[in-house]
Every structure is written in structure tokens, then in C-alpha cells.
Design a protein around this ligand. Structure first.
Ligand code: FAD
Length: 418
């Protein structure tokens, strides 16, 4: 079988590419190969599914009708090999598909720690709907759950488990949670909220060994000699781009698949987008994978346009996270923990429970963190992305009422017109 457009994936990047291709070309043949239970569900909602707040219907950001309406041939299988010379892929089920253009929207895979004393299948991960279902099934008899990793996934998992009434121990190797996305003060505020919700947060510690305690209970031995019992162990130490298919096909790969601004790989008829690809991070000034839903949607759309023959360029993105874990709304973007000298402005309102921090370099905003009060995030992001010199009004940036009216007229006009 041959398709003009073959998309491997079935999640954020794949959906955006389908929409973009169809907006340009109503007649081209499109196939999507996906290997999960269902395509088109929202991965960021997995914690809400596990918490019991959403069923499968509520998770779907595109219904099954979406694929038929767009005349997409859905193929439930996994691509195991790409042959760019013959423009053919091989499927795990034994089939072969030919393509004119192909998009790799295959995301990332969880990183798992090497742990002595535990079989691979007893160490759970939390990146797919199936993972959430497997964990959920175990919760009827697991009361103490240990989560390894205090990044976004680990914290969202800890919150979901707390909502299910479980006793959660969170073990983080770094001295504080979310150390990549938050500065120290914001991390501590969040840790305080987690502790208040009943989570035991152990930072600066790692699991050194795992022992069986009887039944399915595990005794975790930490690197400082402390011990904890847990009925279920989940590793949430991050995801890495799933690059092996591309590597084996001879496509250029760095830490993710390398692409140009059209999301084209080193092989012109093969594109890549989303978590598996490297994109331009405008705050850091370099190309790197940015595992974020809006980046997958944006880069998938650009890939789709170009596959359909409409020239479009992806302008880049930056690490931007909006979260609300343990009743702490947080928005963070760009450079949060700069290594070289930067000007840092911050304001802590302990009574009101809010904290704001803005990182400046040569008069430009290069990063910010808002905790508690997050309304100003849109405007700050705009000033950051457009590289607007804020020196003239930097004294107002942290004011609780900072808004359009605080901007010099010229800047305000620009914001309003763009
Ligand atoms: C628990 C969790 C919470 C998150 N929360 C947020 C959030 O709040 N905000 C945010 O911005 N981002 C969040 N993310 C990240 C976000 O979900 C990803 O950035 C986004 O899903 C990436 O989309 P993608 O299409 O690139 O890849 P993915 O969503 O990873 O989808 C890739 C798909 O391709 C399939 N696939 C892989 N290999 C093959 C193959 N060989 N053949 C066929 N199919 C294959 C995979 O099984 C998968 O279904 C979260 C992620 C997780 C895990």
C-alpha cells in the first residue's frame, strides 16, 4: 500500500500534521500508524485519569470521527524499520507501507533507572494511558507508593495518587523538586504544599537497592541508609526522544532528530516534530528537544504544511510550563536558573501566597516564574519573545497590577496591534 503522506505517531504532533495537510490538500492519501490503545488522547491529562477525575472520553482531544472525517487511514501497528531509499516502512505486524512523504511524530520514551533487586515489570513508568491503567489496577492493594523523580511527571503522579488516598513517598536525587524549571524559593514553596498534602518529599536522595519484604511489598534502601516500605514503585525520572528508528535509517540525530525550520530531517522527504525532534529554543539560543504539548502541536502543523507543499517555518519556542499541582498555580518560561550573571528581580508575598521572579539580560526578559498569581504570564512572554527592551519600565514589572497601562506608549501600541 502506498500513501502520499505517512505519519507515524497518533498524538499531538500527528493530529496537527493531519489538520495542516488537509487544510492545504483535500485529496491526498494520508495514513497514520499508531501503536497505543487509542490515537488522539491528551497525554497531559493522564494524571487526571489516574486520579479518577476523567474517564477515557474526557481524555480524547480528537474523537475517532476526526480521522474518518479527514479521510485518514488509521493503522494500529508499530513501525519497526524505515527504508529511506525505497521509501518504505516495515510494520511489527509484518506489513509494509510505501510513502511519498513521511512524518516521524513518535515522541519520547521513559528513562528507567537501573535498580538492583527488582524485575523490570515491577518498576512502573507513567507516560501513557496504558501506564495509568496499569498503576490504577494495582492501587486496590497498594497503599504506599514510592515515586522516583521530582520533575513534572513525578509531581503530577504524586498529586494523582494523593487524590486516590495513597501514602506517597517522592524521592528526588537533586536537592529540590522541579530543579530545572523553578528556582530554589519556588521549589521550596511547592515542597511545602506537597508536605501539607501528606506527601513525604525526600530530596537529595536516591534508591540504592530494593528488597522484597513479603507479598508485593518492597523495602527501599536509600543511598543515605534510610529505609522505606512501598507497595508500588514508579520511576518518573524523565523522557528521552525516541530516536532509534531515525538513527537506524541514517537520519541525522543529535539529542533529538535534527530538523530545519520546515521540520524536515536530513532526508528531505522525511519530517519530524514534537518530542522526538530538536527545535530552536529562543531563550537559550540553541536547538534542543522541548517535550511540551504546544511545541508538538506547533511543530506538527508546520511539518504538515510543508509536507503538503505549502512553505511554512517554525519560529521556535522555549520551555514554558503552566501547572497547578497541589493548589499552586505556577507558570514558568525560559531561563530560570541562569549560570552566567543576569539581573534577577523577585517579589515574595508570603501572606498572599504569591512569588514572582524575572530574569533579565541586557535589558531583555530571558525567563520568569510566577507562582500563585499568574495573570501576567501572557504579557511577560510577549515581551520576552519579541525581545522588547524593558529597561525603561523594569521597576514596574513585578508590581501586582503590572499590565498594558504600565508599558510605554510605543510598546503598548505594538502589543495591541500584533
Ligand atoms: C504525564 C505527562 C504529563 C504531561 N503534562 C504536560 C503538560 O501539562 N503540558 C505540556 O505542555 N506537556 C505535557 N506533557 C508532555 C506532552 O504530553 C508531550 O510534549 C506531547 O504529548 C508530545 O507529543 P508528540 O506527538 O510529539 O509525541 P507523543 O505524545 O509522545 O506521541 C507519540 C506517539 O507515537 C507512538 N509511537 C512511537 N513509536 C512508534 C512506532 N514505531 N510506531 C507507531 N507509533 C509509535 C507512541 O506510542 C505515541 O503514541 C506531559 C507528558 C506526560 C507523560
Amino acid at each position: 500500500m502506498r500513501f502520499e503522506h505517512l505519519i507515524v505517531g497518533g498524538s499531538a504532533g500527528a493530529v496537527s500534521a493531519v489538520e495542516a495537510i488537509r487544510s492545504v490538500d483535500k485529496g491526498a492519501s494520508i495514513a497514520v500508524v499508531y501503536d497505543e490503545e487509542v490515537p488522539g488522547y491528551s497525554r497531559p491529562l493522564i494524571p487526571h485519569f489516574l486520579a479518577g477525575e476523567l474517564g477515557l472520553d474526557g481524555m480524547m482531544f480528537r474523537s475517532m470521527e476526526f480521522w474518518s472525517k479527514n479521510r485518514v487511514r488509521l493503522i494500529h501497528d508499530a513501525v519497526v524499520e524505515v527504508d529511506p531509499d525505497d521509501r518504505v516502512v516495515k510494520l511489527a505486524g509484518g506489513g509494509r507501507l510505501e510513502y511519498g512523504r513521511m512524518l516521524l511524530a513518535i515522541g519520547g520514551e521513559p528513562i528507567t533507572p537501573e535498580l538492583e533487586g527488582i524485575d523490570r515489570e515491577e518498576l512502573y513508568t507513567f507516560t501513557t494511558l496504558e501506564d495509568a491503567e496499569r498503576i490504577s489496577t494495582r492501587l486496590s492493594e497498594a497503599h504506599r507508593v514510592a515515586v522516583i523523580g521530582g520533575g513534572f511527571i513525578g509531581i503530577s503522579l504524586a498529586e494523582a495518587l494523593t487524590k486516590r488516598g495513597k501514602k506517597v513517598i517522592l524521592i528526588e536525587l537533586k536537592p529540590r523538586v522541579l530543579s530545572q524549571a523553578l528556582d530554589e524559593r519556588a521549589s521550596r514553596i511547592l515542597e511545602g504544599k506537597m508536605a501539607k498534602a501528606g506527601v513525604e518529599v525526600l530530596t537529595g536522595r536516591a534508591v540504592a537497592a530494593v528488597h522484597r519484604e513479603g507479598g508485593r511489598t518492597l523495602r527501599l534502601e536509600l543511598d543515605n541508609g534510610e529505609k522505606r516500605l512501598s507497595d508500588l514503585l514508579v520511576a518518573a525520572i524523565g523522557v528521552k526522544p525516541k530516536v532509534h528508528l531515525a538513527e537506524e535509517a541514517g537520519i541525522a540525530v543529535n539529542s533529538g532528530i535534527t530538523v530545519d525550520e520546515a521540520m524536515r530531517t536530513s532526508i528531505p522527504e522525511i519530517y519530524a516534530c514534537g518530542d522526538v525532534a530538536e527545535v530552536y529554543d529562543f531563550a537559550h539560543g540553541l536547538h534542543r528537544p522541548l517535550a511540551l504539548w504546544p511545541v508538538a502541536r506547533g511543530s506538527g502543523k508546520i511539518a504538515g504544511y510543508n509536507m503538503a507543499g505549502l512553505e511554512a517555518l517554525y519560529e521556535g519556542a522555549t520551555a514554558m510550563n503552566a501547572m497547578n499541582y497541589f493548589n499552586a498555580p505556577i507558570i514558568t518560561a525560559g531561563l530560570v536558573n541562569p549560570k552566567s550573571p543576569h539581573l534577577v528581580l523577585s517579589r515574595l508575598d508570603e501572606r498572599g501566597g504569591s512569588y514572582s521572579r524575572i530574569v533579565l539580560k541586557d535589558g531583555l526578559i530571558v525567563g520568569f516564574t510566577l507562582l500563585g498569581e499568574v495573570e501576567q504570564a501572557g504579557l511577560l512572554l510577549y515581551l520576552m519573545r519579541r525581545r522588547i527592551d524593558v529597561r525603561r519600565f523594569k521597576g514596574k514589572l513585578l508590581h501586582p497590577q503590572f499590565g498594558l497601562s504600565a508599558l510605554p506608549q510605543k510598546v503598548r501600541r505594538e502589543v495591541l496591534w500584533k
